[in-house]
Every structure is written in structure tokens, then in C-alpha cells.
Design a protein around this ligand. Structure first.
Ligand code: SF4
Ligand code: SF4
Length: 181
């Protein structure tokens, strides 16, 4: 069972400790609150259908309905929240929600903000670094090359120009805020 949360001591916006943690934080929190407001989370009536179809939740991962509730109430401590990283980004919750709430996108927004505050699991940061340096989010292994050859596909090879363009795009997005060094 998930730990109960306590709204009195956790918050997206009002916790001064968050503001001091990162130079991005004041702007980031304003931007996150504005983005969440656009998602109209008040429409969520906590039916739990998103949780019912969530493959992660079925195995003790993210509790989608609860995250929607806590996001609506700004009751998340983003620099410590771990469950948002257990989402598999399959989009099933968003497809199922009959009220047009988009939980998968809400979780994406929460992840972006959390990552900017330094809450990003190492393997995600490694993936981001690989993407920025090679243009691919997973390494091309011997097995990849063998399978591509068998399928008659050309070798995967990003030109330096392509990688430079990817870096430039990444720098302009939230992904560029993640410290991957
Ligand atoms: S996000 Fe949609 S499916 Fe999930 S609890 Fe809210 S209303 Fe129900
Ligand atoms: S997108 Fe994430 S939260 Fe939604 S159903 Fe898939 S794993 Fe669960």
C-alpha cells in the first residue's frame, strides 16, 4: 500500500525549500502551475479507470489516480517523488479517461519539473546523455547490427550534422535542463 501523503508539508509551489534548491525553480514552478492549470485537472472525478489499465500500477508501480489527485492539489514534493519515474509512458491511462484528462501528459510535465530539480533516476539521465551525444537513446550493439543486417536494413549511423542539430534542439527544450554531466 502507498504511504499516505500529507498536504500540510508537501507542495509543488509553496515550499520555500524547493525555491532555494535550484536556480530554475521559481520560473519552473510558475510554468508548471500554469501548465497544470491548462490541463484542467478539476475534471478528474477520481474514478480510477486510469489506474485500472495501468501496467505499471498492476505491478506495484505508479498509482495514476492518486498522482492526478495530488497534482490537482499541488501536493507533491517533486524533488523527492519517485513514483512518477515508474510510468512506462504507454498512454493507456489517457486513452481510457472518459473525461479527457490526460494523465500521461500530466506525468510528463511532473517529470520535466522534477528532473530540473535534480530528481531524475540515473538511467534516465544516462539515456538523455546518450541521446544528446549520439542521437540515439539506446546504444547500437552487435546484436542490433546483426539484426539490421539480417533484415536488409542499413547500419545505424548519425552524421555529426544530425547530432549537432539534435543537441541544438535539446538545448531549447526541458531536456536541456537535465544535468547529464
Ligand atoms: S484521470 Fe480520468 S480516468 Fe483517471 S481518475 Fe481521473 S477521471 Fe478517472
Ligand atoms: S502512461 Fe504511465 S501512468 Fe499511464 S497507464 Fe501507462 S504506465 Fe500507467
Amino acid at each position: 500500500m502507498n504511504e499516505p501523503y500529507n498536504k500540510s508539508h508537501i507542495s509543488i509551489g509553496a515550499n520555500q525549500k524547493l525555491v532555494k534548491k535550484s536556480p530554475h525553480t521559481p520560473d519552473l514552478l510558475n510554468s508548471l502551475q500554469s501548465d497544470l492549470a491548462k490541463m484542467e485537472l478539476w475534471r478528474c472525478h477520481q474514478c480510477g479507470q486510469c489506474t485500472a489499465v495501468c501496467p505499471s500500477g498492476k505491478h506495484g508501480g505508479i498509482m495514476t489516480r492518486e498522482i492526478m489527485e495530488r497534482a490537482a492539489e499541488e501536493a507533491l514534493l517533486l524533488q523527492e517523488e519517485e513514483s512518477i519515474w515508474l510510468c512506462a509512458m504507454c498512454n493507456s491511462c489517457s486513452e481510457r479517461c472518459q473525461l479527457g484528462v490526460d494523465p500521461a501528459f500530466v506525468i510528463t510535465l511532473l517529470r520535466q519539473a522534477a528532473a530540473s530539480m535534480g530528481n531524475c533516476p540515473r538511467h534516465f539521465a544516462d539515456e538523455a546523455k546518450l541521446f544528446q551525444t549520439t542521437g540515439m537513446s539506446f546504444p547500437s550493439t552487435g546484436m542490433t547490427r546483426k539484426l539490421r543486417k539480417e533484415l536488409g536494413l542499413p547500419e545505424l549511423c548519425m552524421s555529426q550534422k544530425t547530432v549537432d542539430e539534435i543537441r541544438s534542439i535539446v538545448r531549447r527544450t526541458s531536456m536541456g535542463r537535465v544535468d547529464v554531466e
